[in-house]
Ligand binder design. Structure first.
Ligand SMILES: Nc1ncnc2c1ncn2[C@@H]1O[C@H](COP(=O)(O)OP(=O)(O)OP(=O)(O)O)[C@@H](O)[C@H]1O
Ligand SMILES: [Mg+2]
Length: 138
C-alpha cells in the first residue's frame, strides 16, 4: 500500500463505527480488502447486516452532516461527518468511495487506496494526535 497508515486507520474506524451503530447485536460485520477493478488500487470494505439505507439517500450520504434518519442519528450521537472524512481521505490519495445498500438487509461501504506511489499519495494527509480530522471538500 502507498498511503498514510493513519488515513487507513481513520477511514476504517469511521466505517466500523457506523456498522456497529446501525447493526443489531445479532448481526454480522465483515471487514476485508480486494483488488479494485481499477488497476493499481486496493478496495477496503466494511459490510454489515444492519438496517440498510433507502436508495434515495445513497447519493447524498457522503455529504457533510447528511444523515438518513435525523431523530435516530441524533439519539446515537455523532455529527454526520464520518463518511465525509472517509471520502476526503480516499480522494486525497487518488481513490474513491462507494456504497451499496438494501434497506433491512445491510450495507457495504468501501474506499480505494493506491497500492503504489502514484504521485498523488506522495504527500498524504497526515494527522497528529491533536489535529481535528479534515472535513471533506465535496
Ligand atoms: N452502516 C450503516 N448502516 C446504515 N446507515 C448508515 C451506515 N453508515 C452510515 N449510515 C447513515 O449515514 C449517515 C451519515 O454517516 P456518518 O458516519 O457521516 O455520520 P454519523 O455516523 O451520523 O456521525 P459521525 O460519523 O460524525 O459520528 C448516518 O447518520 C446514517 O444515517
Ligand atoms: Mg459515523
Amino acid at each position: 500500500m502507498f498511503c498514510d497508515w493513519k488515513a487507513v486507520h481513520q477511514a476504517l474506524c469511521n466505517l466500523l463505527e457506523n456498522a456497529i451503530k446501525y447493526t443489531p447485536d445479532s448481526g454480522t460485520i465483515t471487514v476485508g480488502t480486494r483488488p479494485d477493478t481499477r488497476a493499481g488500487f486496493v478496495r477496503f470494505y466494511v459490510r454489515d447486516t444492519g438496517i440498510g439505507i433507502p436508495k434515495e439517500d445513497l447519493p447524498r450520504l457522503f455529504e457533510r452532516f447528511y444523515r438518513v434518519d435525523k431523530a435516530r442519528s441524533r439519539e446515537l450521537g455523532g455529527t454526520g461527518l464520518g463518511l465525509a472524512i472517509v471520502k476526503h481521505l480516499a480522494r486525497s490519495h487518488g481513490g474513491d468511495v462507494a456504497v451499496e445498500s438494501e434497506p433491512g438487509s445491510g450495507s457495504t461501504f468501501s474506499f480505494t487506496l493506491p497500492d503504489h506511489d502514484n504521485g498523488i499519495g506522495a504527500h498524504p494527509v497526515s494527522f497528529s494526535d491533536h489535529d481535528e480530522a479534515p472535513v471533506a471538500a465535496s
